[in-house]
Design a protein. Sequence first.
Length: 491
Amino acid sequence: MSDSRDAQGTRLEDRSDTRFFGQPGVLANLFGVELWERFSFYGMQGILLIYLYYSASRGGLGIDEGVATGIVGAYGGGVYLSTILGAWLADRVIGPERTLFSSAVCVMAGHLALALLPGLLGVGVGLVLIALGSGGVKATATSLVGSLYDEHDTRRDAGFSLFYMGINIGALLGPLLTGLLQKEAGFHWGFGAAAVGMALGLAQYAATRSKLPEKTHRVANPLPPGRWPRYVAVAVLALALVAVLVWVDVITAARLSTIVIGISLVAAIAYFAVILADREVQGAERSRIFAFMPLFVCNVVFWSLYQQQFTVVTIYADKRLDRDILGWEMPVSWVTSINPVFIIVLAGVFAALWTRWGTRQPATPLKFGAGTALMGVAFFGFLLMPSGQNTAPLLGLAGILLVFTLAELLISPVGLSATTKLAPRKFATQMIALYFLSIALGTALAGTLAGFYDETDEAPFFLWVGLASVVTGVVVMLASKPIHRLMAGVD
């Protein structure tokens, strides 16, 4: 067979591979590993909070509820912080393909730690490993999918749509199985199911990982050998510092979310300062950095409410929701499967709507502002629910989570897209890191905010948190035109 190539040097035979719903066959492999990684991630997260605050008689650890929500928020923020480390390893040390594989192994080891190690030891070891591993998967999986297509391959968008469908299928199924096992057999069976799911994803990935494009096995910008001792020394010192701070009770479970907030905030400010201080960032590129700032703030506020699904909404489902279905009590974690159902149903609708509107669709700042404001409106919905223990209707909560989803579809899919468009050429990767820092900051903030929730007097929490989000969104929408001008010709 002749090795014919197009003008860009892409093998034409590669485009003829349509074995997976018209897409390259190897996409099925990435689809599968991401599905199982999300299955394990959301399956574990669906039962994590109640495991932390349930009493020992119910199989939990009996941690104070406010501390437990802070741990969950810090863990979620840590996942997004670790994407920076994952991207660095992929670009400078072992390449994207090996980073993905190693990260998936790390995730599986974390779930095994939660399933097999007792008490807080299992939580500490497990969550650190899962956060590091999930960050690595997030940092590399999307780029590996992109590597399957050349820039002129019209199948690219459809391929990404299939890939993200896998994410949501995993997010849907994970909490259903782990929640059922937790309810019927105990928490460690649920954590074990998450580990088995990740093992299945690893097994199918390992079988065909060699079929990924050759460039995914290469290191784009290898670290010079002379710099290794310096980086190893910094890593050892950092680990030693963390160990000392834990030993002297500076780093405690109660302070984790605050610490992650502080690290994320300092890192974000540093990134902005470095980019704006660079003399090569001038004119339109400099203007776009200033346009990104209100979008960054909007994203932080949005995620600080959206991630309450794993903190306040979980507590609400446990203590306030009527989970009785024909005499059978639904597991608490099943509530976290509601959002993926809406995403699967509505993502295509939104994509078709934006395509149909074309240049008439709302500008990026309007989408960000509307998504953040709508997120606040969703919290007002809790004020309409009946009071009392386990009296809130399931359909009512499903309606609130539908509003969560509509807000998510307005802001989340355009986040990375807007970031890449606004990024200066010299700082394209750092801008992606900034975007993930906004999510890390918002997720950790969700854990801290959840500490103010009181199920016996919940109205002030839902009112003030919702109002803060609505005000932020409205301000950004009102400032949409000046922000759009600062975007200097991109949208």
